[in-house]
Ligand binder design. Sequence first.
Ligand SMILES: Cc1cc2nc3c(=O)[nH]c(=O)nc-3n(C[C@H](O)[C@H](O)[C@H](O)COP(=O)(O)OP(=O)(O)OC[C@H]3O[C@@H](n4cnc5c(N)ncnc54)[C@H](O)[C@@H]3O)c2cc1C
Length: 295
Amino acid sequence: MYRLLTPFDYFEPQSVREAVELLARFGHRARVIAGGTDLVISMKKRQLTPECLIALAGLEELRFIEFDPVAGLRLGPLCTHAEIARSPLVREHFGMLATACNEVGTPQVRNMGTIGGNLCKAGPSQDTPPPLVALEAKLRLLGPQGERVVPLDQFCTGPFCTVLSSDELVVEILIPPLPPGGAGCYKWFTKVTVTDETLAGAGVVVVRGPGDVCADVRIGLGSVAPMAIRARKAEALLRGNRPAPGLVWEAAERAAQEAEPRSRAAYRRHLVKVLVNEAITELWPLTADLPGGLG
Ligand SMILES: Cc1cc2nc3c(=O)[nH]c(=O)nc-3n(C[C@H](O)[C@H](O)[C@H](O)COP(=O)(O)OP(=O)(O)OC[C@H]3O[C@@H](n4cnc5c(N)ncnc54)[C@H](O)[C@@H]3O)c2cc1C
């Protein structure tokens, strides 16, 4: 049931440093707010009742999209889904992330909702974690004790839970470049309406190596486990082998077995099988004669 918000103090820090100081001062009583598309709903439902909100929206230092061929892509957590989806840099180097961001909710949600908020919400069916897990993204966290970098697949500890402590902020998302001969895509099962949660999502990266074998493959699955996961057993089946149709199907079946859906399990596993098979089948021909990675 939706109700009025409970009273809270509201802060607009002028720098990331000030935001971290406020978090250290208020601890568990505070929440940062980015786009607010998720937090405000949780507050209206009284799932969360923070005494103090720390608004990040004015912090331009958390809003950037930069690409370097050696370091890869650096994203500020305040980038909205719409900004990422239309960024020429993201579309050129990591098209699978642009696809996922373009899939989030409605235009209003994509214009307000941020990638930082999407990852920190840590819901099982968020759309950006499957491609980002397959791309081996890392998060840079900042707190009063300093910085640390955490691989995304170690960031979530369960549904809606992360390693982030109450006085830490996500200040950067780092995506390493794809190796030469690498290509990736994000596949998801269409929702009935745009506000429905994704039923199953798969972010897949395939790298063609010498001898026309699959030098590397990374499969990130979303909406089919408490958090986005890597289907590592399926990956192991393909790595070092030529992805003939029979082997790809076997790997897709293995990925489905690695999924742990909490509801509609048989159906979601079937979707994983279809999505992974489709992704690898489509990606493999694209990796032939690729000079560099195409995400
Ligand atoms: C109608 C509707 C449809 C939606 N559809 C989708 C969908 O299809 N796919 C999907 O993935 N999601 C969807 N969402 C969920 C949500 O909008 C997104 O997850 C969005 O990206 C959240 O970002 P935000 O900036 O609004 O986060 P906020 O609501 O501002 O924050 C969310 C959480 O993250 C924390 N947080 C935010 N930024 C940081 C930071 N830098 N450091 C530390 N903590 C931080 C906040 O404290 C809060 O706990 C939908 C939401 C709605 C309302």
